[in-house]
Design a protein around this ligand. Structure first.
Ligand code: SF4
Length: 952
């Protein structure tokens, strides 16, 4: 009997239920085996498009999430001081009535006084909409402190981005560059892809200061200095341009490389595209010797050299400007090598290898297709070079431009959505730039009213910023203001500080979901917890009210006034929506659901149900009927019946009364049943002629329009030179009706360059680099995602403490040995920890695992657990603010997007005496609410399944 047959003969449970994993953000399909209603085993769903049956350690350990002693059991009302962990249990009616009373008062007076922020929430299609219905612009999820640089740079450049909106063509690529990727983003999908590359012998080059995980299996590891990836990319572009190894045909046809940029220094049109009377961008046609519509199908555009427009103005193609910049000697490999920590000859060789893979190993698939200009192509021809980048690029103050530079490198190689290259995951690409603008202008926010648009969107010009007449931010986190004009995902990392300081205005209620903002999600947790519990002279808290929802007793719970206990991901309906971040692939769109596979055994409710309920109690327009009755029974009902636009709802599969439509269609009352019957996901496979060149593929664009992904079937032109950025810059230079306050002008003029730029990360530029000679970064371990994972009984057995990893040579030069204790000293604070010597790290960089440490008592783990005694956070040495500048203290963030610059940290090491870790984070044990069960001293999960055994 084979193992498979044996397993089939002895199934671990009596029932199998499919759902979607939520032990990290990858959204893998899982099969949960249940026996007598309890979970016995979780396996990957082999039919699922995301993971094809692959399950990681986190996914398998979901069982222990379900049986975690840290699960909250009942609504709580704070009775002791904030941070004490002293609560009394209350009933749901009381909890919801209290929340309604608080929120209703805000809504009737000033809805902006509600700041509603969520963590790694996968229901943003609901939460963002709920904020709009409430009427507050003060909403965002965690993207501002995660990877908004990646998203913003991609969406403003190529109409997609890495990871959630794109993926390498794993089956055809012949050269793979991996920038700044740890083991967490992407997890199973990238492992499957890397496995394919290894089997095909494709070269994998990993550019990362740290050699772990994916870097460890790369053919070549480039241990770059943090924050210099942009310089490396500039040098690669420099070499490709110098060698004339770029795809001019691709650039001319699919990008704005030929679009004419006006040269009119000092004037209001300087740096904008020359346009005709209809607003169409112009290019210089070499056949007609005239400026014509840049998207005319028969054009032979000029890509370099200045031209004179009929009105006498001078202009140059965008590619000309890019070449001017990148061919500058400062970006030659020899000029950047020492700063990047990568030899010039290595950079030159990588450039040659990229070009060889792109141009000498061209891939031709026998798939005829028609482009948006009506040209018929007999084959799909591609450049088989693909790239993937993630937080290591994103979490720097120069991350937006670095990510832009990577996309420009892809364009120069002609390697975007072609066979073998990086590809869009449907429903991407979106138009560059999406038309949805953020709401929150003065005329859009009024007591008792919904906002007329979403709180998050895509500014296209200074007029779209959410600022008052004097330029002051209108949002509490200052997103979409001059502080962070393209703060597309908000600045969650600044909310508590701003609310505490009343800057730009005081709020009343901070409503957080699933965000451990008093611990590992905060820069400097000690300062954050002080701000959460700080009082005004009258004795009231500076942040008057805090409502928090979480499934677990995390460090943040102790600071809430009202706790709304959530279920686990295995106990609720949920929706991985096309309106948020779905599970589509390059082969076609897809979305998914979670279904409750077990019933809660505690007095908890799904947060999404609670939001629907609260919305109805508050009478939010979209959540009540004309008669004022609740419009939706619960979240499951909302998933089925809510329509964002006619025919477009949260799920795209099985729409229409009988489930006969995809994409657009009337609500289907049996939609969830159809998903469940299909393993809790839906996918739509695109026909072969729509699989590549989606930005200019007529059949794809028409199909995407038909399915509701695009408004119009127009080609999407990739942007080497996003003119939008120049509009902000012109405002800073004194043009237009909306201009930044004077103290912002220089920043905006510098960083809103429409061509990629590289600059030294802000902290590094501001401090004494001799005093703080080392970079310090963190990585998330493969088996642990956020603090949820490091409380999981099985995963704790893999990691329950962390060391600071130091290069062996660097340690020797500092007189340090393995296991020595050190102070990690930054310009902000210091942390004491133990080191471990390694070879696989950039010698000027130290690093550690993120989010292992726990505050004693939190998560209901023993006060003397290793996580509380021997693990440390690096967060305390990171400052939320940059060192004081001339006019004001800026956030430690990217100036374009507001992305938190976690990886800009500079430190020095000082010897310390052996002892306990000291990370200045709040270590006083938290009191565990009496409603939580006692933490088991010995874990005996599975005991009830053994014959003759009893549960512990
Ligand atoms: S990668 Fe692992 S934890 Fe993440 S969704 Fe997939 S199975 Fe779950």
């Amino acid at each position: 009997m084979s193992k498979v047959e044996a397993a089939a003969a002895h199934p671990p449970g009596d029932r199998v239920a499919c759902t979607t994993c939520y032990m990290c953000a990858c959204r893998c399909g899982i099969k949960v085996h249940l026996k007598d209603g309890g979970i016995r085993y979780i396996e990957g769903n082999r039919d699922h498009p995301v993971n094809r049956g692959v399950l990681c350690a986190k996914g398998a350990a979901g069982i222990m999430q379900q049986y975690s002693p840290a699960r909250l059991t009942k609504p709580l009302r704070r009775v002791g001081p904030r941070g004490s962990g002293e609560f009394r249990e209350i009933e749901w009616d009381d909890a919801l009535a209290t929340a309604t009373e608080w929120l209703d008062a805000i809504r009737r007076s000033d809805p902006r006084k509600l700041a509603f922020f969520t963590g790694r929430d996968q229901s943003q299609a609901l939460t963002g909409w709920w904020a709009s219905q409430f009427g507050t612009p003060n909403y965002a999820a965690h993207g501002g402190f995660c990877s908004v640089n990646m998203a913003a740079a991609g969406l403003y450049t190529v109409g997609g981005s890495f990871w959630e909106f794109g993926e390498p063509d794993w089956d055809h690529t012949r050269y793979f560059l991996l920038f700044g990727v740890a083991e967490d983003h992407d997890s199973n999908p990238i492992k499957i892809g890397l496995g394919k590359l290894r089997r095909r012998g494709v070269k994998i080059v990993s550019i990362n200061p740290v050699r772990t995980g994916y870097s460890a299996i790369a053919d070549e590891w480039l241990g770059i200095r943090p924050g210099t990836d942009g310089l490396l990319v500039f040098a690669l572009i420099h070499e490709l341009l110098r060698l004339e190894r770029v795809d001019l045909a691709f650039l001319a046809r699919y990008t704005d490389a030929s679009w004419l940029v006006i040269r009119n220094p000092g004037k209001a049109d300087d740096g904008l595209f020359a346009r005709d009377a209809e607003g169409r961008a112009l290019a210089w046609d070499t056949r007609r010797d005239a400026a014509v519509d840049a998207q005319a199908p028969d054009i032979a555009p000029r890509l370099a050299g200045e031209v004179m427009l009929p009105d006498g103005r001078r202009a140059v193609p965008a590619l000309h400007l890019l070449a001017e910049r990148c061919l500058d000697a400062q970006y030659a490999p020899d000029a950047v090598a020492s700063r990047c920590g990568i030899a010039a000859e290595t950079i030159r060789r990588i450039a040659r290898e990229l070009a060889a893979a792109a141009f000498e190993q061209e891939i031709a698939l026998d798939i005829p297709w028609t482009d948006s200009a009506g040209r018929r192509h007999a084959k799909m021809i591609g450049r088989p070079v693909s790239m993937h980048a993630m937080r290591g690029i994103s979490a720097h103050s120069n991350g937006f431009h670095t990510c832009r530079a990577i996309h420009v490198l892809q364009m120069l190689l002609g390697a975007i959505d072609t066979p073998g290259s990086w590809r869009y995951k449907s429903p991407y690409p979106r138009p560059v730039t999406p038309a949805m603008k953020p709401a929150g202008h003065a005329h859009q926010v009024a007591p008792g009213h919904a906002m007329s648009g979403p709180p998050l969107g895509f500014p296209l010009a200074p007029e779209d910023l959410l600022v008052d007449r004097d330029g002051a931010p209108r949002r509490i986190d200052k997103a979409f203001s001059w502080d962070a004009p393209l703060g597309l995902h908000g600045l969650m990392h600044m909310v508590i500080r701003n609310a505490w300081a009343g800057d730009p205005y005081p709020i009343d209620t901070l409503f957080l979901y699933m965000a451990n903002m008093s611990w590992n999600s905060a820069m400097d947790p000690a300062e954050t917890t002080h701000m959460l519990s700080d009082k005004v002279p009258s004795g009231d808290y500076k942040i008057p009210r805090i409502i928090y929802s979480d499934a677990f007793y995390s460090e943040m719970v102790a600071y809430a006034d009202l706790v709304l206990p959530d279920t686990t991901y295995l106990e609720r309906w949920d929706c991985i929506s096309l309106l948020d971040r779905p599970i589509g692939s390059a082969e076609g769109p897809g979305d998914a659901i979670r279904q409750p596979v077990v019933q809660p055994d505690r007095d908890v409710r799904p947060f999404q149900d609670v939001l629907i309920d609260l919305g109805a109690r508050l009478g939010l327009p979209g959540l009540v009927t004309a008669a004022g009755k609740p419009r939706y029974r619960d979240y499951a009902d909302y998933i089925i019946r809510h329509e964002r636009k006619p025919g477009i709802g949260l799920l795209a599969g099985w729409r229409g009364a009988a489930g006969e439509h995809v994409g657009i269609g009337a609500p289907n009352p049996l939609q969830l049943e159809r998903y469940v019957a299909n393993g809790c996901f839906w996918t739509h496979h695109l026909p072969a002629d729509q699989l590549y060149f989606k930005y200019a593929n007529r059949a794809y664009l028409e199909n995407a329009t038909h399915m509701g992904f695009l408004e119009r079937a127009r080609p999407i032109v990739l942007q080497i030179y996003p003119e939008v950025l120049q509009k902000f810059r012109l405002a800073a230079l004194g043009h237009g009706s909306v201009q930044p306050p004077d103290h912002h002008r220089a920043r905006i003029a510098t960083y809103f360059d429409p061509l990629p730029i590289w600059y030294m990360p802000f902290e590094e530029a501001a401090i004494d680099r001799d005093a703080f000679p080392l970079h310090a970064v963190t990585q998330r371990p493969m088996p642990i995602y956020h603090s949820w994972g490091s409380q999981n009984a099985w995963l704790r057995q893999i990691y329950n403490q962390n060391r600071l990893y130091v290069h062996r040579r660097k340690a020797a030069s500092l007189g340090l040995g393995d296991d020595d204790w050190v102070w990690v000293v930054s310009a902000h604070h210091r942390v004491k920890c133990q080191i471990r010597l390694v070879d696989g790290v950039n010698p000027d960089t130290v690093w550690t695992w993120n989010a292992i440490a726990k505050r004693a008592g939190a998560w209901n783990i023993a006060p003397d657990a290793p996580e509380a005694r021997r693990a440390f956070l690096l967060n305390p040495v990171i400052s939320e603010l940059l060192p004081p500048g001339e006019r004001e203290h800026h956030a430690n963030a990217d100036p374009v997007t507001g992305q938190a610059a976690w990886y800009d940290l500079r430190i020095r090491l000082e010897p310390a005496s052996a002892g306990a870790v000291d990370d200045t984070a709040q270590r006083a044990p938290l009191r565990v609410p009496s409603s939580l069960p006692p933490a088991p001293l010995r874990l005996r999960y599975g005991a009830p399944f053994a014959p003759g055994e009893r549960a512990p």
